[in-house]
Design a protein around this ligand. Structure first.
Ligand SMILES: Nc1nc2c(ncn2[C@@H]2O[C@H](COP(=O)(O)OP(=O)(O)OP(=O)(O)O)[C@@H](O)[C@H]2O)c(=O)[nH]1
Length: 220
């Protein structure tokens, strides 16, 4: 599937052009340095029922914004954010899926390529078995409800977050990325990432081992 065909939010995919070297133009002005290319690309998908706050969580993380009355996502949207855990530059592609059931056939097509999955209520029956799972309780879900739900699925943990109050949002994404990196052999990581949905730019080889984690997270 061409992911571009399913992008419907006007602000989506803002990161696509982020890596292009820009000329400032005009006499005497200097050419801007292109940003250092990412060491890895990782895909994380957010799935869950309608209105649980998937888009809000993504936009809080990528743009630090919160929309009180957002439009429902149609199909799939994405945003890109670069994070630097463990001293590695990681270009995170965050896929935000529509919660409405009528889009299930579109959204489920994206599950397999995701290395991390943030579930916001819904159980994922299409995801690859080795994907990291993180259940996020945004809005009204209580810790008790979330933990009970997470216990039913092997390997899943529960975290509370609020896109509105900007609570635990960065932490859950960074924790998920860290868990993915810890779990994946780096040669697989390198191969799979080079085959990811979006080909943004050629990226350099990665060293055989990453240094130990330096993340300080509040969640989980
Ligand atoms: N109180 C509160 N409201 C939130 C929070 N996050 C999102 N909302 C609100 O919940 C509503 C739905 O948020 P969305 O982010 O559009 O939900 P969604 O899961 O992407 O919805 P679909 O695209 O329809 O699947 C919006 O009115 C948001 O303002 C939160 O942390 N707290």
């Amino acid at each position: 599937m061409d992911p571009g065909a399913a992008l419907h939010r006007p602000a989506g995919g803002g990161g696509l052009g982020a890596g292009s070297p820009a000329l400032s133009g005009g006499q005497g002005r200097r050419r801007k340095q292109p940003p250092r290319p990412a060491d890895f690309k990782l895909q994380v998908i957010i799935i869950g029922s309608r209105d649980v706050g998937k888009t809000s969580l993504m936009e809080r993380f990528t743009d630090d914004t919160f929309c009180e009355a957002c439009k429902s996502t149609v199909g799939v949207d994405f945003k890109i954010k670069t994070v630097e855990p463990r001293g590695k530059k990681i270009r995170l592609q965050i896929w935000d899926t529509a919660g409405q059931e009528r889009f299930n056939s579109i959204t489920s097509a994206y599950y397999r390529s995701a290395k991390g999955i943030i579930l916001m209520k819904m159980i994922d029956k299409y995801a690859s078995e080795d994907a990291e799972l993180l259940l996020v309780g945004n809005k009204e879900i209580t810790r008790q409800q979330g933990e009970k739900f997470a216990q039913q699925i092997a390997g899943m943990r529960f975290c509370e977050a609020s896109a509105k109050d900007n609570f635990n949002v960065d932490e859950i994404f960074l924790k998920l990325v860290d868990d993915i990196l810890k779990k994946m052999p780096l040669d697989i990581l390198r191969n799979e990432l080079s085959n990811s949905i979006l080909s943004l730019q050629p990226e350099p080889d990665i060293p055989p081992e990453l240094p130990p984690p330096r993340l300080h997270v509040r969640c989980c």
